[in-house]
Design a binder for this molecule. Structure first.
Ligand code: XIL
Length: 311
């Protein structure tokens, strides 16, 4: 089977996109997913607040529907994400002691990863642990457990599904600076401690005009000898959008795609959505627009050709 012009090889997932409650019932989206993409990621419904908003009460309605769609349509699925500071429920945020938080992390991961054992080819186990200056983010996880929360999460995930590839995910690894340095130093420590980590996910939420350093940074990540994946690619355009910027966006998409393909350890590219109509950029980063490869009316943009021709 081919997606965006290239076969999905066993070790290389060339194209993935996100799906969720809002898009799963939009056939204009799902039809594109069926024909153009080899794997999917849930945009929100696999995250902690959706699955365990109350301690011990697990709700898999939304996450199961995404999983079932993937299975029914022969797509791989990437699990996203287990330990992330954003929208963490208050009952987790309020914990102050190590044993309690350790057990909460282990239980969440055992239950969620265990439920989908054998069905998820890769998990984003921990997500966005660093600030831009390279310090650890002041989440409940780091406040209570310091760096140990990362070891605890990876070990729990490996135990719950030994076959899944386990990733750390981060954004703004796209240029040189303290953040990527800190991530690489952390990965060395994890490797030295024998923590079961298989990959680094570079989210690659990019801004048009600021993509030149991406290939070199992906190469740095690959030097860890872990798998590397571009996990949330989009390239947002500073408003207002015009034909010149859309053409430049095509070139930027092509260059990121080629960068991954040229690195043997770079095993996957996920775009963070299909149509601009549903992009998170509209609400979260309103000064920007038009980040994806299909426009608001589901028409292929020049960006699509950037990916397709690069493949
Ligand atoms: C975003 C989703 O796109 C939004 O719909 C949601 O409200 C918040 O999360 N980095 C990540 C993703 O790892 O999970 C985020 O997704 C975008 C930034």
């Amino acid at each position: 089977q081919t997606f965006l012009g290239l076969a999905v090889l066993s070790s290389l997932v060339v194209s993935m996109s996100i799906l969720d409650g809002n898009t799963i019932s939009d056939t204009s989206i799902t039809n594109v997913l069926k024909t153009e993409f080899g794997a999917i990621t849930a945009e929100y419904s696999w995250k902690w607040p959706r699955i365990q908003s109350t301690q011990g009460v697990f709700d898999f309605n939304a996450s199961d529907s995404v999983l079932n769609w993937a299975v029914a349509n022969g797509k791989l699925i990437r699990g996203h994400t287990l330990v992330w500071h954003q929208n963490i429920p208050q009952w987790v945020d309020a914990v102050t002691d190590k044993p309690t938080l350790t057990s909460i992390i282990q239980t969440h991961i055992n239950v969620v990863v265990g439920r989908y054992r054998g069905k998820v080819y890769a998990w984003d186990v921990v997500n966005e642990v660093f600030e831009e200056d390279g310090n650890f983010r002041n989440s409940v996880f780091y406040r209570v457990l310091q760096e140990d929360f990362i070891d605890i999460a990876f070990r729990a995930a490996r135990a719950a599904d030994p076959a899944a590839k386990l990733y750390i995910g981060e954004y703004n690894l796209d240029y040189a600076g303290p953040k990527i340095d800190a991530l690489l130093a952390l990965v060395s420590r994890l490797q030295a401690r024998g923590v079961p980590i298989d990959g680094i996910g570079s989210q690659s939420h990019l801004t048009l005009g600021n993509t030149a350093a991406v290939p070199a940074q992906l190469q740095r990540l690959a030097l860890t000898n872990l798998d590397i994946a571009v996990t949330e690619l989009d390239i947002r355009i500073p408003k207002s959008v015009d034909a010149t910027k859309l053409a430049a966006q095509q070139t930027a998409y092509a260059s990121v795609t080629r960068a991954c393909l040229s690195i043997p350890k770079c095993v996957g590219i996920t775009v963070w959505g299909v149509s601009d109509r549903y992009s998170w950029v509209d609400t979260t980063l309103p000064a920007f627009d038009s980040p994806l490869a299909w426009d608001d009316d589901y028409r292929k943009k020049a960006a699509y050709n950037g990916i397709e021709y690069a493949l």
